[in-house]
Design a protein around this ligand. Structure first.
Ligand SMILES: Nc1ncnc2c1ncn2[C@@H]1O[C@H](COP(=O)(O)OP(=O)(O)OP(=O)(O)O)[C@@H](O)[C@H]1O
Ligand SMILES: [Mg+2]
Length: 223
């Protein structure tokens, strides 16, 4: 079976405002199996968010290949969910409307979308909060809404860019455990960026490194 995500020899260069060229990623290899949970760690500026942008198709690679399920990424790919560091929920919509937005966008009827949304709201532990607006929720609760908002679309790949970094240590740990249990009930591949999981020995890395929940840890860096 094709890998869910494969980066081969990927380099990403950005133009700087002064007209120079900045190499954000250099010759990066990364392979994520279908259904695998892959954590990407590394210090600030090493290219973690850039890696997610390449996988999602938000940015093209300057060199190398980025494949999703065996096909080269050309533009924004289908079946990919993205959970950002900042809250990306609609502030003017209730929890129910926020979570139902994806299915509605994909053509579900209002009734179908709301039924699916109620199910996901319960699965992320927010039953009873369907009619609240985001400002009436805690930071951790808003993250649950964002998770439900992504998972309801049944993504084959879920990209998460430091989704819990604004939360306190206890809530973050709780959310990480809940994410793992939600993930294990789906078949999604997850790429999870979190500098907090970076081992101290990685502090001199100049390129992202990935670790897998299966117990194997491997480096994908080349520099
Ligand atoms: N659009 C852009 N134009 C120019 N440079 C960019 C652009 N996007 C990112 N960069 C640069 O590429 C490097 C990698 O950025 P990236 O956002 O991937 O880092 P990161 O590992 O996610 O860092 P952090 O942990 O702080 O989020 C940084 O030096 C950044 O300044
Ligand atoms: Mg980042």
């Amino acid at each position: 079976m094709a890998l869910a995500i494969e980066l081969r020899g990927v380099t990403k260069r950005f133009l700087t405002p002064s007209g120079g060229v900045y190499v954000a990623l250099h010759d990066l290899d990364l392979a994520v199996e279908p259904g695998e949970f892959c954590a990407v760690v590394g210090p600030t500026g090493c290219g973690k968010s850039t890696t997610l942008a390449l996988i999602s198709g938000l940015e093209p690679a300057s060199e190398g290949e980025v494949d999703v399920f065996g096909k080269p990424v050309r533009g924004i790919a289908d079946g990919i969910g993205f959970v950002f560091q900042n809250d990306a929920v609609f502030p003017w919509k209730t929890v129910l409307e926020n979570v139902a937005a994806g299915p509605r966008y994909h053509g579900a009827t209002n009734r179908e979308a709301r039924a699916a949304a109620r199910d996901w709201i319960a699965r992320v532990g927010l039953a009873g909060f369907e009619d609240r607006y985001p400002y009436q929720l805690s930071g951790g609760m808003r993250k649950r809404v964002a998770l439900a908002q992504s998972l309801i679309n049944g993504p084959r790949i879920l990209l998460m860019d430091e989704p819990f970094s604004a939360l306190d240590v206890q809530t973050r740990s709780l959310m990480e455990n809940e994410l793992l249990s939600l993930w294990s009930s789906t078949s999604a591949s997850v790429v999870f960026v979190d500098p907090a999981t970076s081992p101290r020995s990685d502090s001199n890395l100049d390129s992202p490194r990935s670790t897998r929940r299966s117990g194997r840890t491997f480096a994908t860096r080349s520099s």
